[in-house]
Design a protein around this ligand. Structure first.
Ligand SMILES: [Zn+2]
Length: 472
């Protein structure tokens, strides 16, 4: 069911046939408030557009200088400029209300002339834009509001999951420039073929974004599995049946002219990043929650004060393989009694008497009847909710985070699952009597990981604005 690539300014809906039955993809918050600071707690791409290859910012300990580089360089004129560009960019992107040059000068202590010179560079880079002057600013002078630029630089996120692939391009304001979602069945598929198609899909969505005038800075692919430290290869994705795949290579086969950098990140971490943006825009405060991403498998990510913690190797959050019952059924990962065999989409639909290719909405409607089939569906949901509650209790005891956000296929089931999950949390979490649990539904719609990928690609701009300033 391939749909056309959408290119629009309008509030966005996911492009697929059954949009009526599914939550529309919520627009990513209009302003990526705090994009510069929020995101992964570990450093990311330290790559410039010139280098053409990824330099993954894993912390590396070195004992002696290499290639004439200083071990710990002191500040120079140039690093001072870069640091100040970063400060101004972060301030502009984090502001709830647009700031003027005068506001920036007051907030940062930089002189008006320094601020003006650096803001001119950010304007030339297409990172910020000027609004219409507002009279009544400091000392009555008209103030020119500065906000993230529209349709100048775009990040591209691509998700390949078991039942669909999606690509989405966002600009620096978080607006969707283009997107496309394709349904499919990629279980036990040929990775070269599927990733080649995903590359072609990304190429179409990038071309549509470029037609709006934006330049694609980089691409971040989301895959449900363990990603290697080089952030270009997948080690293992049990639900896709893939092992040891160079994702970026295979991806490039379908999109040889790919601009900018490309990397691959675990799907749940990127989805959590998009959900953190969404919730922060709603609540106007940094969010702390456990995000559960249910597709065919179940992934998760812990978000603390808006930062996704991926673990030292990027492998944290594999909640789908937490053991719920050691003597339970075999899981795709080789273990037994994992959460996924009780609450994964396919297991849940089968237990409810539905086809594994059905949807969560089918399941919700089925539970609303008053016959035996409805009773079976309700029992299946209760069993999945109990398993989720048991696994989440372990996670909550370990990480001390009491908010749970259900995303992906679980989102429409939130009202049905909540009481079962909360009952387990109250029973099993040691701190239960001293805290409140909250189980919420993510409204990020389809493929939040594609949005998260685009956001993460855009961080290359926010974190190193100097790399995007055109040479004088
Ligand atoms: Zn497992």
């Amino acid at each position: 069911m391939i749909q056309g690539t959408a290119t629009s300014d309008e509030p966005h809906t996911a492009v697929r046939d059954d949009t009526a039955a599914r939550p529309a993809a919520a627009p990513v918050p209009g302003e990526l408030a705090r994009l510069g600071r929020r995101s992964f707690s570990r450093g990311l791409v330290a790559e410039t557009q010139e280098s053409g290859k990824n330099d993954f910012a894993r912390p590396q300990r070195r004992d002696r200088p290499r290639n004439g580089e200083a071990l710990r360089p002191g500040a120079r004129q140039e690093t001072l400029r870069e640091a100040n560009l970063l400060v101004l960019t972060e301030e502009i992107f984090a502001a709830a209300e647009p700031l003027s040059r005068a506001d920036l000068s007051i907030r940062t202590g930089m002189t008006r002339s320094t601020v003006s010179r650096l803001v001119d560079e950010l304007l030339a880079a297409g990172i910020v834009r000027e609004g219409s002057p507002v009279v009544g600013g400091a000392r009555g002078r008209p103030a020119v509001p500065l906000t993230p630029a529209r349709k100048t630089l775009a990040g591209l996120g691509v998700e390949v999951n078991v039942n669909f692939m999606a690509a989405r391009a966002l600009d620096l304001t978080g607006a969707v420039l283009s997107e496309e979602i394709i349904e499919g069945d990629y279980r036990d598929s040929d990775p070269a073929q599927v990733l080649g198609s995903a590359g072609a899909l990304a190429g179409r969505v990038a071309a549509a974004a470029q037609q709006t005038g934006a330049r694609v800075v980089g691409t971040v692919a989301a895959i449900p599995g363990l990603v290697a430290g080089d952030e270009r290869s997948l080690l293992y994705a049990p639900n896709l049946g893939w092992k040891s795949v160079d994702v970026i290579d295979a991806f490039g086969a379908g999109w040889p002219e790919r601009p900018g950098f490309a990397l691959v990140v675990n799907e749940a971490k990127l989805a959590a990043l998009a959900v953190a943006e969404e919730l922060t825009a709603e609540d106007l405060t940094e969010q702390t929650f456990i995000y559960l991403s249910a597709q065919a498998g179940i992934g998760s990510a812990v978000v603390v004060d808006g930062l996704v913690d991926p673990g030292p190797h990027g492998w944290a959050g594999e909640i789908g393989h937490l053991t719920v019952e050691p003597s339970g059924p075999q899981c795709s990962c080789g273990s037994t009694g994992c959460l996924e065999v009780y609450a994964g989409k396919h297991s849940l639909l089968q237990a409810a008497g539905l086809s594994p290719t059905g949807t969560a909405e089918d399941l919700v409607s089925l539970t609303e009847g008053d016959d035996d089939a409805a009773a079976q569906a309700r029992a299946a949901v209760a069993q999945a909710g109990e398993a989720l509650g048991v696994a989440l209790s372990g996670a909550v005891n370990l990480v001390d985070v009491h908010d749970v956000v259900l995303g992906g296929e679980f989102a429409p089931l939130t009202d049905l699952l909540r009481s079962c999950i909360e009952a387990q949390l109250r029973q099993r979490v040691l701190a239960a009597e001293f805290c409140e649990f909250r189980v919420r539904e993510s409204r990020s719609g389809l493929s939040p990981a594609a949005s998260g990928g685009a956001l993460r690609a855009l961080r290359a701009v926010i974190e190193a604005p100097q790399d995007w300033v055109p040479a004088a």
